[in-house]
Design a protein around this ligand. Structure first.
Ligand code: MG
Length: 452
């Protein structure tokens, strides 16, 4: 059992994740990093519990003798940019897309890249190891650093084609969902020459306007604002601003896989590598094939994707783009980090000569279904997974068990997997025909509910 799941440590604040846990994780990371550095950076998203966890983590580090740079509320990619620029490791307090009651911790290396599985294993081992506490005269101090958000914004502006975006004369509606992106993205897109309207753009850990997860069901306000303002694009982030989802100029939701496919199509060259998760869309598979690139699939979650990018790069592969259909996209040449603001800016570049709906039209021909099965208790969970396994093994489809059960039928696929962060079993299906996708998802849901 890993303490660090597919996207760090995550849980309901005060129940599954206590401030004591945050201190322990900081101490464990601090023990592993001790030989390389005497300074770390800490940032958080807008959650009401964020400051408590950041305080606990700060004490964990200073007690070991580290000095701590406290960046305050900054998107996760902003902390990563700071870590890379300063050459210090970092700790992010964030529940990402999870509901307001959740919080969590992500660890970032001094290269600005989230820790790989191997490094996380080392941190996990040191959770139970003897700590070498600093004596009173060697304990560290913490200081407030105000410039991280500004520097991050400047970094993104500098890294994209500002002229191209400004020339497109875009009107965009930014919906940071009350998360950390609220303090960066609206100003960023103004600097990129866009006319910017906002919705849910005041930082607020109660998330009064919408849930932090940017999906079609939570983005109704954004779609309305895009229509009301006659905007060219709607941009939505999750709670820590590492994801970007889009709404087209008609106020229609753009599927995350279609946006990812459009970004990949613009980025990919022959012999490039692409990394995605086991729920990768057929749209991506088609684009990769068209480009003559190679697709590498991992278990779902950014940790796995980041680890695979590094492996491929070490073997000499140029990884042009990576990510998932949930809006979490990485452009490894920029930084091996999911970055909602950068991804959205790159999407804007593609709108210079066509509308958002035209851009994604080639990737409209597939239909996605996603179902969340809420699990009440371990016995129900076991029964559900056993029902799914029976369905998977008895099926005539190709079975992939990289992460959960993926069944490929040729004209569509279905995947069932338990969430790493919530008491939920997720079922994904995709096919060219809506009825077929619904059918594949329903078969899987029925098998789970029937149990085993
Ligand atoms: Mg996130």
């Amino acid at each position: 059992m890993h303490v660090f799941g597919s996207s760090g440590v995550r849980g309901v604040a005060g129940e599954e994740l206590t401030p004591g846990d945050a201190m322990q994780v900081a101490q464990a990371a601090g023990s592993v990093w001790a030989t390389d550095t005497d300074r770390v950076a800490i940032a958080r998203d807008t959650r009401t519990t964020g400051r408590t966890y950041a305080n606990a983590a700060t004490s964990g580090f200073t007690g070991l003798g580290y000095d701590v740079d406290r960046l305050g509320v900054v998107p996760t990619p902003g902390l990563q940019a700071y870590c890379e620029a300063e050459g210090v490791p970092g700790l992010m307090v964030t529940g990402s897309h999870n509901p307001p009651a959740y919080n969590g911790i992500k660890l970032v290396g001094a290269d600005g890249v989230e820790l790989s599985r191997v490094s996380l294993d080392a941190v996990e081992r040191s959770l139970t190891a003897e700590l070498s506490h600093a004596t009173w005269d060697r304990m560290g101090t913490d200081r407030r650093v105000e410039r991280a958000r500004r520097d991050y914004k400047a970094d993104v502006v500098q890294s994209v084609d500002r002229e191209r975006i400004a020339d497109a004369d875009l009107t965009v509606v930014v919906d940071p969902g009350h998360g950390a992106g609220a303090l960066v993205s609206p100003a960023l897109f103004r600097e990129l020459g866009c006319t910017v309207h906002t919705v849910n753009a005041q930082p607020d850990g109660h998330f009064p306007g919408r849930n932090p997860e940017p999906v079609a069901a939570t983005l109704g306000d954004l779609r309305s604002y895009v229509r009301a303002t006659d905007a060219d694009l709607g941009i939505a982030h999750d709670g820590d601003g590492d994801r970007a989802m889009f709404v087209d100029e008609r106020g229609e939701h753009i599927d995350g896989s279609a946006a990812f496919a459009a970004l990949a199509a613009a980025e990919l060259g022959a012999d490039d590598g692409v990394v995605s998760a086991v729920n990768a869309s057929q749209r991506l598979v088609d684009i990769v094939e068209e480009a003559g690139a190679t697709l590498s699939l991992t278990p779902i979650g950014s940790t796995h994707i980041v680890s695979r990018i590094k492996e491929l790069q070490a073997g000499g592969t140029h990884v042009a783009i990576a990510g998932e259909g949930n809006g979490g996209v990485l452009f490894p040449e920029y930084r091996i980090a999911r970055d909602g603001a950068y991804t959205a800016a790159r999407f804007c570049e593609l709108l210079a000569d066509r509308s958002a709906s035209e851009l994604v039209a080639p990737y409209d021909e597939y239909y996605n279904v996603r179902r969340n099965l809420h699990v009440k208790g371990e016995a129900v969970r076991e029964s559900m997974l056993s029902g799914i396994e029976t369905h998977a093994t008895e099926s005539s489809a190709d079975l992939d068990t990289t992460d959960g059960w993926r069944l490929d039928y040729g004209d569509g696929w279905v995947l069932a997997r338990p969430s790493g962060t919530e008491p939920v079993v997720r079922v994904y299906a995709e096919a060219r025909a809506p009825e077929r996708a619904e059918e594949l998802a329903s078969q899987m849901v029925r098998a789970a509910e029937r149990g085993g």
